[in-house]
Design a protein around this ligand. Structure first.
Ligand code: OSB
Ligand code: MG
Length: 368
């Protein structure tokens, strides 16, 4: 396989409902999509970075520059046997994992299509159905949140994640538990707290949460280990895990008992697989996180979620929770039992509809 062209396309697409975390509120997504071309076939990838550098240092704009100047030249016109060769090529570039992942994941899709196989089979996935949860942003009021949760439970979702931040935490969780005593529930703080807030998490211990996600600083492991020693609720790390070394250290010092996996945050399938295997060998379950992806990123998340240690429901939800119309055909659907049936077609198994992409696009660049 030799890649003769890489194309970057930026789209603007409004969310059905704004999404608020401890770091910002998003109404409209601006997303950079990539296409990689070889032997008349196309592979698809998505830059999962946000519009702003508030989740990580990366944005769609930084990824565009890094891909154009440093990543694309490493793979264009190079003879490659297998997509597992891609990730080591990117190793000299420090950070910029979402830029790397967009290209790496697109090349896995391309190779799967060239070899007439489903991507999930190519990466070694075994699961035929994916367990789905939802991530519910901070709402205008507690009744509004309760209503949202009710809707998602009725739709069949198997786990509810709510976003928390100082001022929207213990009291909110108490109200949710009062109304829904039994549902699998968790909170994601996106690094809104410090160790000085240990009492917040001790109080949250009363509400039987499956886990609390990334309570402390976005690059910390040590303080999370200290917090975990003081609370019963398992800590799940998101922002702090960039590679298998972070995962090894985090598990080793007890900074987390669960890992949220995101292809973008860890730089693609090769590193995700390493983290997955390490976690599995240590008895640490993983689940697939989300970054408000379009159908292309979402389809990659579904493929990833077929690996065996994806033991907990992910933030992998139906297209219609995000978009009036997604950019793939068929759209991602979740059945009334809260599961996605993994598609059996080649590559991603969902076909990007490029005419739709072009209608949403205002920026495009071809790299040769
Ligand atoms: O922390 O998991 C997160 C969205 C954007 C950035 C960070 C996160 C999230 C989500 C949404 O929680 C998950 C999704 O539904 O895509
Ligand atoms: Mg998170």
């Amino acid at each position: 396989m030799k890649i003769d062209r890489i194309e970057l396309t930026q789209i603007h697409i409004p969310l059905v409902h704004f999404f608020e975390t401890s770091f910002n509120r998003t109404y409209n997504r601006t997303i950079v999509l990539v296409r990689v071309f070889s032997e008349g076939e196309v592979g698809y990838g998505e830059v999962t970075a946000g519009e702003t550098p508030f989740y990580s240092h990366e944005t769609g704009d930084t990824a565009w520059i890094i891909i154009k100047k440093f990543i694309a030249p490493l793979v264009l016109h190079r003879d490659m046997e297998h997509p597992r060769e891609v990730s080591p090529l990117f190793q000299p570039i420090r950070g910029h994992n979402m830029a790397k992942a967009a290209i790496e994941t697109a090349i896995w899709d391309l190779w799967s299509r060239l070899n007439d196989q489903p991507l999930h089979a190519v990466i070694g996935g075994k699961l035929e159905q994916i367990e789905c949860g939802v991530s519910i942003g901070i709402q205008e009021s507690v009744p509004a949140l309760l209503k949202k949760i009710e809707t998602e439970i009725e739709a069949g979702y198997r786990r509810i994640k709510i976003k928390i931040k100082p001022g929207w935490d213990v009291e909110v969780v108490r109200e949710v538990r009062k109304r829904f005593p039994k549902i699998p529930l968790m909170g994601d703080a996106n690094s809104a707290y410090s160790l000085a807030d240990v009492n917040v998490f001790k109080r949250l211990d009363d509400y039987d949460l499956m886990m609390v996600e990334q309570p402390l600083h976005w690059n910390d492991l040590l303080d999370h280990a200290e917090l975990q020693r003081q609370i019963r609720t398992p800590i799940c790390l998101d922002e702090s895990i960039h590679d298998v070394e972070d995962a090894r250290k985090a598990i080793g010092i007890g900074a987390c008992k669960i890992i949220n996996m995101k292809l973008g945050r860890v730089g693609g399938y090769s590193e995700a697989r390493k983290i997955h295997d390490l976690a599995q060998s240590r008895g640490v379950p993983v689940w697939c996180g989300g970054m408000l992806e379009s159908g292309i990123g979402r389809a990659h998340n579904i493929a990833l979620s077929t690996l065996e240690n994806f033991k907990l429901p992910g933030d992998v939800s139906a297209s219609k929770r995000y978009w009036n119309q997604d950019i793939i055909d068929p759209e991602v659907e979740v059945n009334p039992q809260g599961r996605i049936t993994v598609p059996s077609g080649v590559g991603l198994g969902y076909q990007p509809v490029w005419e739709r992409v072009e209608k949403l696009s205002d920026r495009k660049e071809s790299l040769t």
